[in-house]
Design a binder for this molecule. Structure first.
Ligand code: HEM
Length: 122
């Protein structure tokens, strides 16, 4: 059966929920999120993806700054991106689904490279 595309905020809530279920079971990634309050974190992710995919206004956070001091490296970012792709592919297909994966890939690659470079300097 043809899957639907990411079309509504409810779709993004589902994507974020299923994605974090995966992340929290991932050996490489779970520890980064162990102390996070998901009640406040998930709505931020939903706002971010609604801004990217559904043109919802008002998301102004500098996302890189939130990751600069996590001690994650490019290998961790690759894992994150790969889990994100798996989750999107499992739930959705279409133009927005492709856009979501593309954005995750470019952001993940950029952050990973930038943080690897910063770690070398330190
Ligand atoms: C190794 C990979 C990653 C790890 C360990 C990670 C971890 C985290 C953590 C711990 C936070 C909470 C920071 C805080 O509230 O101070 C966060 C926030 C966030 N992350 Fe990531 N992240 C990763 C990759 C990504 C990627 C690739 C994206 C984008 C595609 C992303 C998007 C965001 C967004 C939008 C927020 C919320 C920022 C806000 O509005 O406060 N993350 N991340």
């Amino acid at each position: 059966m043809m899957k639907k595309d990411i079309q509504t905020k409810e779709d993004i809530v589902q994507l974020v929920d299923v994605f974090y279920d995966r992340v929290l079971q991932d050996e490489k990634l779970a520890h980064f999120f162990a102390h996070l309050d998901f009640e406040t974190h998930k709505p931020k992710m939903v706002h971010f993806w609604s801004f990217v995919l559904l043109d919802e206004p008002g998301y102004t956070t500098n996302v890189f700054d939130k990751h600069a001091n996590l001690h994650a490296n490019s290998s961790d970012f690759n894992e994150w991106v790969s889990l994100f792709h798996m989750t999107v592919n499992e739930l959705f297909e279409g133009e927005k689904a492709e856009a979501a994966k593309f954005r995750a890939t470019t952001i993940g690659f950029t952050f990973g490279s930038k943080i690897d470079a910063l770690n070398k300097q330190a």
